[in-house]
Design a protein around this ligand. Structure first.
Ligand code: AGP
Length: 607
C-alpha cells in the first residue's frame, strides 16, 4: 500500500528519495511524489501519476537541489488517481506525506472551512489541521502532536516546514514507520527495505509515538511530548535479497528460490533422525502446550489459505484439538468466543495487514495468547504478538505471495508437530512428516526445474481463456483456492477455487468450452472421488488440466502434469508450486505487470 520515505543529511535528497521510493514500488501504488527543501529553505514539489519513472521525468525537468525531503507512493483511497491528489500535500508551511486513513476527515474539513483545499484527500485535511496549530512561536512537533490528538483513524506521517529546516517530524498510529540512523544522515521509511544500502541501524516507531529527526539525532516522544527511550535495532537482510538476481520478474525469482528460502524456514527446527520438529519462540510453557485444546488461525488472502492447508495437518497430527481458520476481515467484527486453553496463530507475510492486526488486538483483549507466523522482521504484528516465529522466507517483493505461502504452511506444520508430541499424537505420522520436511527443499527445486518448460507451454495454450475453475479435495482444496487466487491476481483471468465435492452443488453449471478447469489431484484414498469430478467436467465439454502426484494411474484430461516425488503428505505444496509457475507464465503471456498487478498492494494497511 502507500509508501513513505524521508531524508535529511549530506546527500542530495531527491536521489535518496527516488531510490528509496523504488524500493517501495512492490507495495503497490498509482502515483508518487517528493517535496524537498533547498539550501535557501525554498520548498520544491514534484508529483506524477503512474510509475516512479514518470516522477523521475518530472524531477529531471526541474531538479531538486536540497538535502532534506519527503516522498510518497500513493494507493488511492480518498480521491481519484490524479497528480493533485498525489502526496506530498502542503498547506501553509506544512509539507506532509501520510499513509493510512483519517476517518473523521469530513468533520475536520467542516471545521477548516476557511481553507481552500486543492485535493480530495483526507491527507490535505490533516495538513490543514497541523497548519492551524502551527502558529507563531509553536514548534512543528507541538503542532503535529496537537493535531494528531484530534484525528480518528490510522497514520504514518512525515512532515517538514521551511521554518524549521533542521529536521523532519514523523509519527505513527497503525501504519509502520522506521527511522534509519546513518552517519550524519537520517532516512525515514515505511518499510525497512527502503533503508538498505544507507544504514543497518533503525528505530522502529511504535503506535502513538512521534520523532524529531535531524541529521545527527533522533528524539522520540509520545503525543504528550514526553521524551521516550528509543533503541536502534539492526535491520536484517541485504540489497541482493531485494534485487531480481537475473530473473525477468521478482515473481519468478521468488517462486524459483523457494528451495533455498525453505531451508531457512526449517533450519534448526527439525530433527529427521529423531523424527521430531520444534518451533522456538512460541513462549508457551510445557503445561500450556499440553493443555492446549483449541487453535484459531487468522489471516487474509494467501495467508488465510496457508492456514487452511495447515489446519488439515494439525487435525491429523493432534487428536484432541479443535482447529478453526478464519478470515481476519470477518473475524474482527464477529462476536467470537474463544474457549480456555486456546491459542491464536496470526499469519501474515508483511506483518502489517490492517485486518489481521485488528484481529490480533481483539483476540488479545479476550485474554487468548497470540502467536505470530510472520515473515517481515520487526513488523507491527511481530511486535504485538505474545510469541511466535519468523518464517524466514526473506523479502517478498512481488505483490503476489508465493514463497511466503510455502514457508507459512511449513512453520505452522512444525508448530503442530510440537503440539502433537506433547499431546501424545501419532508418533509415526510426526516422524513421516519430519522426514518429508527434510526432503521438501530438494523436491521443490526438482519440481520447479523439471516442469518449468511444460508449464510455460501450458500457459501459452490457456492464456487466451477468460475463466477458470480450480478444484481440489482434502489438502488439495486449499491449494485449489490459492491457485485460483494466484491466477486472478497476476493474469486478471476470472478464476474460482472450489472443493471438488462442491462441483455438483453449483459451479458445474459454468462448465463449457469457454472455461478451463484445473484439478489438483492427490494420490490418496480420495483419488477415485477426485477423478469422478474430472469425468463430470469432461463429459460437459470442459477443458481440463490435472496437476497430480499420481504417477501410475490412468487419468484422462486435456493436459496432465505428473509429479514424480517420494513426498506424499506434503505433495499439495508441490502442486501449489506448479500453479504458481502457471499463474506467472499466463500473466507474462497476457503482457501484464507481473510484479505489481493492477489495483493490488503488497501490504494492505487500510481496512
Ligand atoms: C497474496 O498473493 C495477496 N497479495 C494477498 O492475498 C495477501 O496474501 C494478503 O493481503 C495478506 O497479506 P499478509 O500475508 O501480508 O498479511
Amino acid at each position: 500500500m502507500c509508501g513513505i520515505v524521508g531524508y535529511i543529511g549530506k546527500k542530495t535528497a531527491q536521489d535518496v528519495l527516488l531510490t528509496s521510493l523504488k524500493r517501495l514500488e512492490y507495495r503497490g501504488y498509482d502515483s508518487a511524489g517528493i517535496a524537498t527543501l533547498d539550501d535557501d529553505n525554498q520548498p520544491q514539489l514534484a508529483r506524477a501519476v503512474g510509475k516512479i519513472s514518470e516522477l523521475e521525468q518530472v524531477v529531471q525537468q526541474a531538479p531538486h537541489a536540497g538535502h532534506l525531503g519527503i516522498g510518497h507512493t500513493r494507493w488511492a483511497t480518498h480521491g481519484g488517481v490524479t497528480t493533485v491528489n498525489a502526496h506530498p500535500h502542503h498547506v501553509g508551511d506544512i509539507w506532509l506525506v501520510h499513509n493510512g486513513i483519517i476517518e473523521n476527515y469530513k468533520d475536520l474539513k467542516a471545521e477548516l472551512s476557511d481553507v481552500d483545499f486543492a485535493s480530495d484527500t483526507d491527507t490535505e485535511v490533516l495538513a490543514a489541521l497541523i497548519n492551524r496549530e502551527y502558529t507563531a512561536g509553536v514548534k512543528l512537533q507541538d503542532a503535529l502532536a496537537k493535531a494528531l490528538k484530534r484525528v480518528r483513524g490510522t497514520y504514518g506521517v512525515a512532515v517538514f516546514s521551511p521554518r524549521e529546516p533542521e529536521h523532519i517530524v514523523v509519527a505513527r498510529l497503525g501504519s509502520p514507520l522506521v527511522i534509519g540512523v546513518g552517519q550524519g544522515e537520517t532516512i525515514i521509511a515505511s518499510d525497512a527495505s527502503a533503508l538498505l544500502g544507507y544504514t543497518r541501524e533503525a528505530i522502529y516507531l511504535n503506535d502513538g509515538e512521534l520523532a524529531v529527526c535531524s541529521r545527527d539525532n533522533v528524539d522520540v516522544f509520545n503525543l504528550n511530548l514526553q521524551h521516550l527511550n528509543a533503541h536502534a535495532e539492526t535491520i536484517q537482510g541485504d540489497l541482493a535479497q531485494i534485487q531480481k538476481g537475473g530473473y525477468d520478474h521478482f515473481l519468478l525469482k521468488e517462486i524459483m528460490e523457494q528451495a533455498n528460502t525453505l531451508q531457512n524456514t526449517l533450519s534448526g527446527r527439525i530433527d529427521p533422525q529423531a523424527g521430531t520438529m520444534r518451533l522456538g519462540g512460541t513462549n508457551l510453557s510445557p503445561q500450556e502446550l499440553k493443555t492446549l485444546r483449541h487453535i484459531v488461525i487468522v489471516g487474509c488472502g494467501t495467508a488465510y489459505y496457508a492456514g487452511l492447508l495447515a489446519s488439515y495437518y494439525m487435525e491429523q497430527l493432534i487428536p484432541d484439538i479443535t482447529v478453526e481458520v478464519v478470515i481476519a476481515s470477518e473475524y474482527r467484527y464477529r462476536s467470537f468466543h474463544l474457549p480456555a486453553h486456546s491459542v491464536a496463530l496470526i499469519v501474515s507475510q508483511s506483518g502489517e495487514t490492517a485486518d489481521t492486526l485488528a484481529c490480533l488486538r481483539e483476540i488479545k483483549k479476550r485474554g487468548t495468547k497470540t502467536l505470530g507466523i510472520v515473515n517481515v522482521v520487526g513488523s507491527t504484528i511481530a511486535r504485538e504478538v505474545d510469541g511466535g516465529t519468523y518464517v524466514h522466507a526473506g523479502p517478498e517483493i512481488s505483490v503476489a505471495s508465493t514463497k511466503a505461502f510455502t514457508a507459512q504452511v511449513v512453520a505452522m506444520l512444525m508448530f503442530a508437530g510440537m503440539v502433537a508430541e506433547s499431546h501424545g499424537g501419532n508418533k509415526a505420522l510426526i516422524s513421516e512428516l519430519t522426514q518429508e520436511l527434510a526432503m521438501l527443499p530438494a523436491e521443490i527445486d526438482n519440481t520447479l526445474k523439471t516442469h518449468q518448460q511444460t508449464i510455460e507451454q501450458l500457459a501459452k495454450k490457456y492464456a487466451k481463456f477468460d475463466d477458470a475453475l480450480y478444484l481440489g479435495r482434502d489438502t488439495a482444496y486449499p491449494v485449489a483456492l490459492e491457485g485460483a487466487l494466484k491466477l486472478k491476481e497476476v493474469s486478471y483471468l476470472h478464476a474460482e477455487g472450489y472443493a471438488s465435492g462442491e462441483l455438483k452443488h453449483g459451479p458445474i453449471a459454468l462448465v463449457d468450452e469457454t472455461f478451463f478447469e484445473v484439478f489438483d489431484i492427490l494420490d490418496n484414498w480420495l483419488f477415485e472421488k477426485s477423478i469422478g469430478g474430472l469425468h463430470e467436467v469432461r463429459a460437459r465439454g470442459g477443458k481440463t488440466i490435472v496437476f497430480t502426484n499420481a504417477t501410475d494411474k490412468d487419468i484422462e484430461a486435456d493436459d496432465i502434469v505428473r509429479l514424480n516425488t517420494p513426498i506424499k503428505h506434503l505433495a499439495p505444496l508441490l502442486l501449489n508450486n506448479l500453479q504458481q509457475l502457471f499463474a506467472y507464465y499466463v500473466a507474462v503471456q497476457r503482457g501484464n505487470d507481473v510484479d505489481q498487478p493492477r489495483n493490488l498492494a503488497k501490504s494492505v494497511t487500510v481496512e
